[in-house]
Design a protein around this ligand. Structure first.
Ligand code: GLN
Length: 265
């Protein structure tokens, strides 16, 4: 349905929620479908379990976060089927969160720390580093993306939480979503990786519930921006302001470990 005003349903592909569903990213599908429903645009959610063949016919795909072992299986299945490669070649949009982003890069570490080949849809690679796991609020104050059509989309503040061991090195063929103010993100002061209509991020939340502009960026790529009338987001904006304030105040920073506390007592 990319770029058309066709009344056919927007197909939202949710890839492997049984493998990559640890952090509640399945809520991103609810956000996309609800924001389309409010605008009178029909939707169809296609949920693909691990072991099932992913269709290449969806308009937008969602890949969530998960543990190192299941993410390796998800990568293997998508490399074998090449369904996501074909969909992206046709112009489908993709949102890949954390483990999802890592497997869409060129390589990522598996549960043993060994390098695994990724899908290569994002110009990045994820490595293990000798640093603590990144856990806590993640805030990117001035995010933005330039789409394949050259149009720049201001995403404003991106807010969410992160929980990952890997760090992601972004290549010259990719954009970043923005610079990190609170948290770790990619690990070099930036957050997110974007190539064409494929968006990777370390933000959970679910990210689209906390950041409706990012949801509308993906939907605009699918149905065309003119099909997306304004919505009343004042409630979510109030929640966002609260989360941003808390992240800046360090209220949601991870507590010190018990070992740290015992050491100091
Ligand atoms: N297993 C990956 C890591 O720890 C991704 C974690 C996640 O998806 N939140 O880096």
């Amino acid at each position: 349905m990319a770029g058309s005003s066709s009344p056919s349903a927007v197909r939202v592909g949710v890839l492997f929620p049984d493998l990559l569903g640890t952090y509640g990213d399945g809520g991103n599908a609810t956000v996309l479908t609800q924001r389309l429903h409010w605008r009178g645009i029909p939707t169809e959610v296609v949920t693909v379990a691990g072991g099932d063949i992913a269709p290449d016919s969806c308009d937008v795909y969602l890949v969530g976060g998960g543990e190192d072992g299941p993410q390796t299986q998800a990568a293997r299945e998508l490399i074998e089927s090449r369904a996501l490669h074909r969909a992206v070649d046709r112009g489908a949009a993709v949102l890949a969160v954390c483990a999802g982003m890592q497997i869409l890069g060129h390589r990522f570490p598996d549960a043993t720390g060994a390098d695994r080949t990724g899908l290569g849809l994002l110009d990045c690679e994820t490595v293990r580093v000798d640093r603590p796991r990144a856990v806590g609020e993640l805030l990117t104050p001035t995010a933005g993306v330039t789409g394949p059509d050259g149009v720049h989309h201001d995403l404003g503040v991106l807010t969410g939480f992160e929980n990952h061991a890997g760090r992601t090195v972004v290549g010259g063929g990719a954009q970043r979503l923005g610079a990190v103010e609170v948290g770790e993100g990619n690990g070099d002061g930036s957050e997110g990786v974007v190539v064409g209509r494929v968006v990777g991020t370390y933000l959970h939340g679910p990210v689209l519930a906390r950041n409706p502009r990012l949801a509308d960026l993906l939907l605009g790529w699918v149905v065309g921006p003119d099909a997306l009338g304004p919505l009343d987001d004042h409630e979510v904006e109030a929640l966002r302001a609260d989360r941003v304030r808390a992240a800046r105040a360090g209220e949601l920073a991870p507590r010190r470990s018990w070992r740290d506390l015992l050491r100091r007592s």
